[in-house]
Write a protein that binds this ligand. Structure first.
Ligand code: G6P
Length: 345
């Protein structure tokens, strides 16, 4: 029998991914069947995971200097970022197949919106450390890592555009920040789709609300990508969902009632938001997902999907995403959405 997702104790093993066992402070990968970019953001001591696969170790933010650790164990296959209030993130860099969970990067295609493999090939490639993140300043603290993926000859055979895809991953107390960049190193212009697929850990999908997407149009992947308008005050979950919301705001709130906390997603440069949960039937058909795993996960992605980004030669596109916990009034169960969506807290 397959286990549920919950990676909350050192003895629990998760079926997502089946090769990975979680413990409080480390991730043991016992097989090569994992890939970059799988990013975990962890929260301890006994704290609940913030993001599934990106478990947070999020204690109350403190105004103290960062004293962080970058640890590339197993050669250069893994980077651990940490800071003293307890948050830490871990990036694994092992091809050939993306782990179900964490934060896969979808590039240069999202889903089946094109002819390439689903979600593009970047999530199944081996990335490198980026020693020259220019024009970003060099990372000056050990809570930040710069990674790069450059097109190879094999990539050019399936997508004939030379590119450099960079991500800066940073943690600070209670916050995980990703800055993705794509540079056109080709003599010709090209366009691409991009998404950060956030596998969020939730306590019970039936009790979760997503706010910030109401009244927006969306493309429904379950109905041949037909366009609809969201009618609900907030998105709640009682079945499979797979939607690309259009023209979304910069802030989205994922409210986990049972856990009495809200995950706030802020994004720039990525006007779309994908909401995905396979629910029971589809979960059973996904080989690297346990039958019950859908109950404790929700993907809310930042993306540029509907309108691909056009880059001329030498141009660079830059996006930004922050994931953090909003506490205070949300924990009381008295939700004031304005506090999440308009920063009034
Ligand atoms: O299994 P994956 O390739 O990671 O994709 C997971 C899901 O992603 C998207 O939302 C697609 O629209 C779905 O059809 C797919 O099942």
């Amino acid at each position: 029998m397959r286990n549920r997702l919950s990676p909350s104790s050192s003895s629990s093993s998760s079926s997502l991914p089946t090769e990975t066992k979680f413990s409080e402070n480390q991730t043991e990968t016992s097989s090569n069947n994992s890939s970059f970019i799988f990013l975990e953001w962890k929260r301890g001591k006994g704290g609940n995971p913030l993001v599934r696969g990106i478990r947070s170790r999020l204690l109350r933010p403190k105004s103290m200097p960062l004293n962080t650790l970058v640890n590339a164990r197993d050669g250069s296959s893994r980077v651990v970022l940490s800071e003293p209030s307890g948050s830490y993130a871990e990036a694994q860099m092992k091809p050939p197949k993306a782990i179900r969970g964490g934060l896969p990067i979808c590039f240069p295609q999202f889903g089946n919106f094109g002819a390439l493999e689903r979600h593009g090939f970047a999530r199944n490639r081996f990335w490198s450390f980026d020693n020259d993140p220019s024009p970003l300043p060099p990372a000056n603290q050990q809570s930040t890592v710069d990674l790069v993926l450059k097109s190879t000859e094999d990539d050019l055979k399936i997508w004939p555009h030379s590119f450099e895809l960079r991500v800066r991953i940073s943690i600070s107390p209670g916050k995980l920040t990703i800055i993705p960049r794509v540079r056109n190193t080709d003599p010709k212009a090209f366009s691409f789709m991009f998404a950060l697929r956030n596998y969020l850990y939730v306590s019970d999908i039936s009790e979760v609300r997503v706010e910030g997407l109401e009244t927006l149009d969306y493309l429904d992947n379950l109905v041949r990508r037909e366009r609809f308008t969201e009618q609900a005050d907030a998105i709640t979950f009682d079945g499979e969902i797979d939607r690309v919301y259009l023209n979304t705001p910069t802030k989205i709130a994922i409210i986990d009632h049972e856990r009495k906390r809200t995950i706030e997603l802020r994004k720039e440069g990525m006007p779309n938001a994908v909401v995905w949960n396979p629910w029971d039937k589809k979960a059973k058909s996904i080989t690297d997902m346990g039958d019950e795993d859908y109950t404790t996960m929700l993907c809310v992605d930042s993306g540029a999907i509907e309108t691909p980004i056009l880059l001329k030669p030498c141009e660079e596109w830059r996006g930004r995403q922050e994931l953090s916990i909003v506490s205070s009034s949300y924990c009381s169960g008295q939700l004031d959405p304005r506090k999440v969506l308009y920063g009034d807290h």
